[in-house]
Each structure stands twice: as structure tokens, then as C-alpha cells.
Design a protein around this ligand. Sequence first.
Ligand code: GLA
Length: 344
Amino acid sequence: MRAFAPGRVTVVGEHVDYAGGVVVCMAVHLGVTVDAQPCSAPRQLPSPLPGATLQALRERGLDVPQLDLDIAATLPYAAGLSSSAALCGATAVAALRLLGARLDAADLAELMLHAERDIAGVPCGPLDQRAVVHAPRDGALVLDCRDGGREAVPWLPGYVLAACHTGDTHDVGGEGYRTRRGQAAAALHALGAASYRDLDLATLDHRAARLDPVLLRRARHIVSETGRALDCAAALRDGDAARVGRLMHDSHASLRDDYAVSTPALDAVVEAAEASDGCLGARLCGAGFGGTAVALVAESHADACLAAMRAALPGGGDAGEHTRGAWVLRPSPGLALLAPDVVA
Ligand code: GLA
């Protein structure tokens, strides 16, 4: 049985999902396809995620046999476009199809998160799995990670996201991501708050003198980024492309200066995009420390914008061509729409 799951792109709202924040994201046409066949001796896979997903299905009482999994991806690995959640999602849907079983969409997203975070031990938040499952067909998805809320909002007619992979892979299991999660928790504790959603920038300013300066910057990113994501959702409802672009620009500045997860290559690609005609704003996408930059650009200018982004890469966009890649991204449906036979 075969299944495809998409990756996702974040519009605004990075590094807030594990801090109860708000994210605006969408699924993309790039993704992972898994072909699952029952067998007695499955091939060894380079990733623990498919096995973790099958284990999560078994934990729910499903009688999943030994499966041989054939994996093909149009989504680059560790590029900030959610290849991991796509791999878990495609594995789960292929297995459900073989079993003739169904899962509720929210349950599927939780199962994928359980597989990646609790079984495979990757310290990720819930963003990627929810985006991959719940993304609407033609719009963006607003996720409230405090209460699990979801809302589909329209996309901007005539605009696309130009995405350029720097060729540097990031690693959500790596030191940088774990450290940021630890700092986010430590800052909240030092501020004596139960949730970042109870804090605003004025309160942070007021307490600045008593907080470690690094923790203050981390907290400022989390609080300001959720504010930008809420603004971005409103701007999408209003069809205000210029405002979405400004918020993407500000999001990148905050990720670079306050959260310190950008790289010189990401900064260069973002600057080149923003200097090109028709681009309204650009930012790094995903966890950072490498990966992909995305730019909001008029569809008619997307190819020129991508060319400018590639030209800004160290080596002028020629070196590492096979790992880099550049794509025009539009909203695409998530698994609840792609696999109605098994996702309720
Ligand atoms: C990775 C994680 C997500 C999220 C983003 C940053 O994609 O898997 O949970 O934290 O980074 O926004």
C-alpha cells in the first residue's frame, strides 16, 4: 500500500510551538511517499522514524505486521520543511491502508508526535505533525499550541512562497534546538509565569534588569513571535500581502537577533530575496541552524526571486546543487484531505 504525506512551510511563528504559542503554516506539494508491504524480513532503514510510527500504531492496539517500507522523497531531508513529520505521516497512512483501519485526524497528529518525540526521542514540538495532517487545500493553517485550536485562513491570491535550501542541514535532535528549548523553559521559570501567553513585551521590559540577558532575548522572541503570528493570521484574513511580508521580515530579525538560530547563509539568502523585485519579506523556515529560507513574492516575480536567492548562496548557488534546491510553494492539502479513506 502506498501513501504520500506533504511537508510544511511556516509563514510566521517559529520556535513557539513548544512554548504554547501560535503558528501560521501551510502544507506544500513536496513530500514523502512510502510503499508498505508485509514481509518476514524488513530491510534496514536509515531513519528510526518509520519503525517508531509502526510501534505507535501497535501501542494503540492495531495489529501491524512486519512491513517492508520503500521510501521516496521529493522533500529534502533536514531542510526545515518537515521531512520527519512527512515520513511518519506517510508510514502511518500506508500501514492504516494495509490494515483497513481508520484514525481520527487529531489522533493521527498526536500519534505522529508520540512516535517522533517519545519513541524516537527527538525533542520536537507539535507544529509539524499538525500542519502535515490538518492543512487546508488552498489556504494557510493557524495553530494555537496552547489550546490545540486550529483555523484555516485564506492564502494571498497572486502570491507564492519562494523557498531556497542553503544546503546546510539542520538537526532538531541536535544541540542548538535542545539548548533553545531549555532556555525557553528556564526564561519562563525565571519570569515566574505559567505560560508565555500570560506575558507581554512591556512586562519583559519591566523585568529586564533582573533577568539573564540571553534568557531575556529568548523570551522576547517567543512573546513577540506569537504576536506576529496572530497579526499574520489577521493580515491573511484581510488579504493584506504587504503586512504579511513585513511580519515575515520582522520574524527573521527576531530569530536572528533574539533567538540566534540563523546562519550567515540564511541571512544572505533572506537579504537577497528582500532586495529583489516583487518580494514583500523573507525569513528562515523551520528550526534554523541551516535549512531553507522562504520569501513572500508576487507569482510573476517568483523565478527571478529564486534566482537572486540562489545567487546569494556561498559558491553562487552552483556548489552542492543536489542538496540545495529551490521551489515555488503554494498551499497544499494535508493528510486529512489527501487520505479520507483512513483519516476521519
Ligand atoms: C522544528 C520542530 C518544530 C518547531 C520548529 C521551529 O520543525 O520539529 O516542532 O519547533 O522546528 O518552529
